[in-house]
Design a binder for this molecule. Structure first.
Ligand code: EPU
Length: 321
């Protein structure tokens, strides 16, 4: 969408970020660290502040054992370039997360996930700079409070730290995760490699999701809601085909795409924004959409799912005022 920022500033090392944090520009104006921007919705057509973008590009093996490698990656590395780098070298762990738009820094904030794997499963530690002081702080995985599409950086410490690098823990003899959805049936018979998994995931994503450079979208617009088992059991009496994934003994996750689809939203338009025909969880810029169109469409969808099922769905996309 045609959204403009007053300033866009890029830094390619931690020292430059620290200097920027002490600069008049950032003292005098609001600022927002961004990655690839693929999960952001600017709700106005101008952002009157500074967009800060990491161009820290390093990929370094810090140490390795017979079975594992610890690889430190700069926050500005394009996520899928890193996945390709790992798969090319036979390092396992990231392959199910192939072809997700965005950058390494945001991967650790959003806890990106797909096909039965979340990035928290391979994050060892996250290096950051504290915004107020400019001091470095390293968060161990357990300190990041990871949950489904969430982390401490999105909630309790939102806006307080900027990620500069992420260290991932990868496997030399990878265990494959093939049990999610139709992943296994999309793979060839016989011995499967992580390169096969990457290829299959890319094919599935291409068949279901719009390509970011062909059609504007933010991937899944909503998160899949997590509801109590009792509520799900009651709904299942009315909607026996409602899919679900078990979260734990008391909670299940219901696909928001299914809920939105069954409310009749497939292909519906609001101004230039629309619900993607092949996957209702995705809102697309069909023709000259403006931020307002997307906000209105998302609100209507949310209300209709609430009225029909009594389930609240929340955006995965971050709204920026
Ligand atoms: N469904 C419908 N109609 C639709 C869309 C989905 O009936 O329009 C049904 C499907 O038939 C299926 C179920 O809903 O039974 C789930 O759909 P799907 O497998 O496509 O996955 P999802 O739950 O919609 C999640 C992630 C995706 C991730 C896939 C694969 C969220 C919010 N989304 O989608 O993540 O790629 O699983 O793991 O958790 C993203 O975050 O941007 C993203 C694309």
């Amino acid at each position: 969408m045609p959204v403009y920022a007053r300033w866009f500033v890029e830094y390619d090392c931690v020292d430059d970020l620290v200097s920027l944090l002490h600069s008049d520009l950032l003292h005098d104006h609001p600022f927002l660290p961004i990655g690839g921007g693929s999960n952001l919705l600017f709700v106005h057509e101008r952002y009157e502040g500074v967009l800060l973008h990491s161009a820290i590009q390093s990929i370094d093996v810090l140490r390795e054992t017979d079975s594992e490698l610890f690889v430190k990656v700069g926050s500005g590395v394009v996520w899928d370039d890193f996945v390709a780098h790992c798969v090319d070298r036979g390092w396992g762990g990231a392959e199910n997360l192939s072809h997700i738009p965005g950058e390494v820094g945001a991967s650790a904030v959003q806890n990106i996930g797909a096909y039965g794997v979340e990035v928290k499963d391979i994050i060892h530690e996250v290096e950051t700079i504290e915004v107020v002081t400019g001091h470095p702080r390293v968060f161990q995985n357990a300190e990041c409070e990871y949950g489904y599409r969430s982390s401490i950086f999105k909630h309790a410490l939102k806006g307080k730290y900027i990620v500069t690098a992420v260290t991932y823990r990868l496997q030399k003899n990878p265990t494959l995760h093939l049990d999610y959805g139709n992943l296994r049936s999309s793979l060839p018979e016989g011995d499967i490699t992580i390169a096969d998994v990457r290829r299959a995931v890319i094919d599935i994503r291409r068949s279901k999701l719009p390509e970011p450079d062909e059609c504007g979208s933010a991937g899944s617009f909503f998160m899949n809601p997590v509801i109590p088992v009792e509520q799900y059991e009651k709904l299942r009496l009315i909607y026996p085909d409602m899919p679900h994934y078990t979260v734990d003994q008391t909670r299940v996750k219901v696909p928001a795409g299914w809920l939105i689809d069954r409310c009749g939203w497939k292909g519906k338009e609001e101004g230039g924004a629309a619900v993607y025909e092949k996957q209702c969880l995705v809102l697309v810029n069909k023709k000259d959409a403006r931020p307002d169109d997307v906000v209105r469409l998302a609100e209507k969808i949310k209300r209709s799912v609430q009225d029909t099922y009594g389930i609240t769905i929340n955006p995965e996309v971050n709204y920026i005022e």
